[in-house]
Design a protein around this ligand. Structure first.
Ligand code: ISL
Ligand code: CA
Length: 558
């Protein structure tokens, strides 16, 4: 029987480049992480997902891997890594690695070999095709990249095109070739033998492309997606990884699953030996855009968010296991998206934390979220570092003009999440003594760890409290979910039941007081926690404060 430790666990995500720099080169590193282990442990989290630490030319900062078995020298050595894992394990913190195997870097030896000639032994590790048109100068099909533009790159050397669903420096691996999966098994085994506890599997549902690579239906974004999202052989590939490697180590997996619906999620995560333990779904991150395209910014709607979250809470309940997240290295900070970044900023950050930690699924807290860091919203194009940001800017400026494009970047660029962790009010927020690789958010004087350590009511201490409560009350983890006011676009009030336990969570998404009706038998409940010092002690008729969150628990009679 598999050990399902992850169900009761709370995760922390570290994006190493921006966490803490130990040697003044402006780049976060493993020694920096080691120096913060006591802090990480003090959060009460049980596991860490590390964004890639492997060797990478940094076209996509680690999501383009040139060596799967070594640590990026910018981050340290394998000895540093081993030491970090040992220390984390001593603190009972599990280590989950990023597994990026839809593509490699174009500097990976497999690819530098592959492109040399059509009969190179590595040719078939990637997806090469002849172009269309008289001289073969048109891409083989109409698929577009996640980073916009064609998903094909022409290579002079052999006069063929290779597929890249992401940047042109990230050629897609060819899973039509069974050798490739064998290589992945070896990579997994290598890290599992070192003692890591599992993998966050990057864009894992894209591995299997449809035979013949047919043209896709034309769309605003991701033309071709029906031919590789949840593709024909994907479950078989994942099944093999489970059977031959992962199950032998009882390793945990969470699969990043772009654009899948609930029935598809269930195929991956339900049943006795599911291909994945759990997935990251995306739908709930689209409450402020049109068609799931983040650049098509739209006013946030609480109703949209609640509908989506509710659907997933119910859809997976007792069938499969869910994850919960608001932030990661690909999302702008949640403060400023789903709650106000100006008025009642801290209350909003805490409200989003309350919801994250009182729903069903495994919560993931992204570095800096626990202090309510906000998006930087840079206005100068040169200050951006992210490849996706540049590619999306180039497309957007044609549609929205330069100004419109910059405005959208400021709102949704991935670099919003990649500014350094704000440790204190010293130079560069205490992240580095050198020049940071990406700008520090200038608000570090108001928002930083050191200051929040000293305040009882800080967002940091609020997260700690909620993480602790989740451990103490199984109803937080395993309870049913019911939205008590699904039609409201102002408040989110839900009830959760598990055995004889019950909690009711109140959240005001507006920055104004909102009147709420009393719960039936309000006097049977008591306040467990809230983000205001003066929340009502029982869920009676009253006004919720701006961005107030209050968790009530039903008192047991005996
Ligand atoms: O961030 C996105 C665009 O806003 C997403 O479409 C993102 O590209 C998608 O979620 C896949 O993300 C993962 O794979 C990418 C990498 O750039 C992301 O950082 C990673 O999380 C390619 O490896
Ligand atoms: Ca460094």
């Amino acid at each position: 029987m598999k050990n399902q430790w992850y169900k009761k666990a709370c995760f922390y995500q570290i994006y190493p480049r921006s966490f803490c720099d130990s040697n003044g080169d402006g780049i976060g590193d493993i020694k920096g992480i080691i120096s913060k282990i006591d802090y990480i442990a003090s959060l009460g989290i049980d596991a860490i997902w590390f964004s890639p630490l492997y060797c990478s030319p940094n076209a996509d900062y680690g999501y383009d891997i040139s060596d799967y078995r070594n640590i990026n020298p910018e981050y340290g050595t394998m000895q540093d890594f081993d030491k970090m894992v040992k220390l984390l394990h001593q603190h009972n913190i599990k280590v989950v690695m990023d597994l990026v195997v839809n593509h490699t870097s174009d500097k990976h030896q497999w690819f530098t070999e592959s492109r040399k000639s059509k009969d190179n032994p590595y040719r078939n590790y990637y997806i090469w095709r002849d172009g269309k048109g008289k001289d073969g100068k048109q891409p083989p099909n109409n698929w577009t990249s996640f980073f916009l533009g064609s998903a094909w790159q022409y290579d002079e050397m052999t006069k063929q095109w290779y597929l890249h669903l992401f940047d042109k420096n990230q050629p897609d691996l060819n899973y039509f070739n069974p050798r490739v999966l064998e290589e992945v098994k070896d990579i997994l085994t290598f890290w599992l033998k070192k003692g890591v506890d599992g993998f966050r599997c990057d864009v894992i549902t894209l591995l299997s492309k449809r035979e013949g690579l047919p043209d896709g239906k034309k769309r605003i974004a991701l033309t071709g997606k029906e031919h590789y999202i949840d593709g024909p052989k994907i479950l078989e590939l994942l099944g093999q990884l489970q059977e031959d490697v992962l199950s032998k180590y009882d390793a945990f997996t969470v699969g990043e699953s772009v654009m899948i619906d609930i029935p598809t999620a269930l195929k991956y995560t339900s049943g006795d030996n599911p291909p994945l333990d759990t997935i990251f779904a995306f739908e709930h991150m689209n409450a402020d855009n049109y068609f799931g395209v983040k650049q098509l910014v739209r006013k946030f709607s609480l109703k949209r968010l609640k509908n989506t979250v509710g659907k997933w809470q119910d859809g997976l309940y007792e069938k499969a296991w869910n994850t919960l997240y608001w932030e990661n290295h690909d999302q702008a900070r949640i403060v400023g998206r789903y709650c106000s970044a100006t008025e009642y900023r801290e209350m909003g950050a805490q409200m989003m934390g309350t919801i994250l930690l009182t729903l069903s699924g495994t919560p993931f807290v992204y570095q800096g979220q626990e202090i309510g860091q906000t998006s930087i919203g840079m206005t100068n194009l040169d200050d951006y570092r992210d490849v996706e940001t540049y590619r999306s800017y180039n497309t957007m400026k044609k549609v929205f003009g330069k100004k419109g494009a910059m405005k959208r970047l400021a709102y949704c660029s991935r670099d919003n999440a990649r500014t350094p962790v704000q440790w204190n009010s010293g130079e560069n927020a205490g992240f580095t003594t050198g020049t940071p690789w990406i700008k520090v958010n200038p608000n570090y004087n108001q928002i930083n760890v050191a200051q929040q350590e000293t305040q009882k009511t800080s967002t940091l201490n609020y997260y700690r409290k909620l993480i602790q409560l989740r451990k103490e009350h199984d109803v937080f983890v395993f309870g049913t979910y019911k939205d008590l006011l699904p039609k409201s676009n102002k408040v989110w009030i839900y009830r959760r039941n598990y055995n004889d336990d019950e909690i009711v969570v109140f959240n005001n998404f507006t920055t104004k007081p909102v009147k709420v009706a009393p719960l039936k038998n309000a006097d049977e409940y008591t306040l467990l926690t809230s983000n205001y010092p003066n929340s009502a002690t029982q869920p009676t008729k009253r006004k919720l404060h701006p961005h107030e969150s209050a968790v009530y628990i039903k008192v047991k009679k005996d």
